[in-house]
Ligand binder design. Structure first.
Ligand code: 2AM
Length: 180
């Protein structure tokens, strides 16, 4: 089985802005630059046949290019301890892209986790005892004016994720470019 997800990648300017922010947060494990992405759809563990169906579904997407901006920090809690992520300035074309991708995937019979789309870029992974609630709230408040971008969205990527070690490794399996 192959652990896979669709995501947007970030340009170097945004990666630099993120790296400066990560350096200013004194706890947790900063996600390495090559792991920074905005997930559009997480497939989970899928068979090679399902991955191929997902690939074909993504090839039919043709949204107009647009740009995004990251804004502010949030604490999200999928793993114990959670993560610090940046939020995204609301952008209907991003929601539309995630919706079209997910409905195309569903159309091929792929079952996605039921979580609603909550655009974010995970920046720091936390262990349970890395920071107490008050410290976390203080740090989020201190960096509430964090901004990164613009992030041109000219395509998306299909990634394979290898777990293990200190942080997952991601391999780009395919890139889907949108025509200007
Ligand atoms: P995130 O950490 O930025 O939320 C590969 O696992 C990527 O898919 C992760 O970096 C994670 O992005 C995203 N993802 C979305 N839903 C997930 C889920 N239910 N379980 C694990 N990863 C998920």
């Amino acid at each position: 089985m192959i652990r896979a997800f669709f995501a947007l990648t970030l340009p170097d300017t945004a990666l630099d802005q993120i790296e400066r922010l990560q350096a200013a947060i004194p706890f947790g494990r900063a996600a390495p630059a090559e792991n920074l992405h905005l997930t559009l759809a997480f497939l989970g563990e899928v068979s090679p046949e399902t991955l191929e169906a997902a690939h074909e579904a993504a090839e039919t997407l043709a949204p107009p290019p647009f740009a995004l901006e990251l804004r502010g920090l949030v604490h999200l809690g999928r793993q114990p301890g959670g993560v610090i992520a940046s939020g995204v300035v609301p952008e209907p074309r991003l929601d539309g892209l995630a919706k079209s991708l997910r409905s195309r995937l569903a159309g091929t019979g792929i079952q996605l986790p039921r979580e609603r789309f909550r655009p974010h870029v995970t920046l720091i992974r936390l262990r349970q005892d890395d920071a107490d609630d008050a410290t976390l709230a203080r740090i989020l408040g201190r960096h509430a004016d964090f901004r990164a971008g613009p992030i041109p969205v000219t395509g998306l990527s299909l990634f394979r994720s290898y777990l293990g070690g200190d942080s997952a490794r991601h391999e780009e399996l395919a890139r889907y470019s949108f025509d200007p």
